[in-house]
Design a protein around this ligand. Structure first.
Ligand code: SF4
Length: 89
């Protein structure tokens, strides 16, 4: 398992929903047509664009795939030390 931080920049998100298609347990469109971040399908503390969750390696790879699928690169992924995993710098 690893801990990752997932952040959506709502100013960049255009509601294209490819992240939702690739990782529906992690991303959902809110009423403003922006992707918010879920923790394994759950959203206990309302509409948040940033969340730190624990994931398996497989889940992590899938979430990175989802970020790669975003046409505006609105999804940022960080490891537990704050290093940006995607987009690669
Ligand atoms: S793929 Fe990108 S633009 Fe589309 S909903 Fe997700 S974050 Fe927003």
């Amino acid at each position: 398992m690893s801990i990752i931080k997932i952040k959506v920049d709502p100013d960049l998100c255009i509601g294209a929903a490819s992240c939702v298609t690739v990782a529906p347990e992690t991303f959902e469109l809110n009423e403003e047509n922006k992707a918010w971040v879920l923790d394994h399908g759950k959203n206990p503390d309302g509409s948040v664009y940033e969340r730190t969750i624990e994931v398996t390696e497989e889940e992590k790879e899938n979430i990175i795939l989802a970020a790669q699928s975003c046409p505006t690169l609105a999804v940022f992924i960080y490891d537990e030390n704050g290093k940006q995993l995607f987009p690669e710098q």
